[in-house]
Design a protein around this ligand. Structure first.
Ligand SMILES: C[S@@+](CC[C@H](N)C(=O)[O-])C[C@H]1O[C@@H](n2cnc3c(N)ncnc32)[C@H](O)[C@@H]1O
Length: 235
């Protein structure tokens, strides 16, 4: 298989323009954000915003100030196109959440929907902490393994998704605590799901169809292992 850019899995998501590329999809996002007190004056940052489905929802539903950041130029193009079409004033910027040029304490809320698992977690969390106002909230929907896995299984999953490590609930909580986050809560909503939406690019490398097939079979094979939790915490 040809290595395209970053993880092939992320390139597959970008080229197929998968919106709601996190467990539970946009319906879970809507449910999660109901519990947070977002005001029209709130500033929100969607980290790894992808095609911008959640960012668009937050901007239209709460009329809040929303910024999205993503490293992938195809995702950025699709997110910008979405905002233009919907006439939403969402600022979409290209960059890595491991290091941004955004100012200190600029945001009341940061959301990361299936993103932190793919990055240098320590650097990204420190950056998110810097960007949050005092008392600001981080909500992350993140891949979480139920227990330590065999090294072969770990390699299989890490290689395919491009993760540098597989974290348990305990590992995530330790990382959040080390960064300085407080009031850490962990949830799982088993009942909510959403069909993903697609904004497919004109040219798709044939290898990416194989990635899609592999992703589907990994999910079937490792149904109980490819699990997630919702982490919410305050600065
Ligand atoms: C699984 S997708 C989730 C996308 C979106 N949050 C959603 O739920 O639809 C992960 C996203 O993280 C982005 N990403 C990966 N590494 C990143 C980084 N270092 N900084 C910002 N975004 C990153 C990818 O380009 C991709 O859009």
């Amino acid at each position: 298989m040809v290595f395209i850019q970053g993880s092939n899995y992320l390139q597959f998501l970008a080229k197929f323009g998968v919106g709601g590329a996190h467990p539970g999809g946009i319906n879970l996002s809507k449910e999660i954000w109901k519990a947070e007190s977002i005001q029209p004056t709130s500033h929100l940052l969607d980290v790894g915003c992808g095609t911008g489905q959640t960012a668009a929802f937050l901007a239209s539903h709460y009329a809040a100030n929303v910024t999205g950041i993503d490293i992938n130029p195809i995702m950025i193009e699709k997110a910008r196109h979405r905002m233009q079409k919907a006439r939403l004033p969402v600022n979409i910027i290209q960059g890595s959440i491991e290091e941004t040029s955004l100012p200190n304490e600029a945001f009341d809320f940061v959301l990361a929907e299936s993103v932190l698992a793919f990055v240098d977690k320590q650097r990204a969390l420190q950056e998110i902490f810097r960007l949050l106002k005092q008392g600001g909230r981080l909500v992350a929907i993140e891949f979480t393994i139920p227990t330590l896995l065999s090294s072969q299984l770990t390699d299989d999953i890490q290689q395919f998704y491009g993760f540098d490590a597989l974290l348990t609930k305990k590992d995530w909580v330790a990382l959040l605590q080390q960064t300085g986050f407080q009031d850490i809560r962990i949830q799982k909503n088993k009942t909510i799901s959403t069909k993903p939406e697609f904004d497919v690019s004109k040219h798709i490398e044939s290898e990416l169809y194989d990635v899609m097939d592999q992703h589907i079979s990994m999910n079937e094979k490792y149904e109980n292992i490819l699990d997630y939790r919702i982490y919410s915490c305050s600065k």
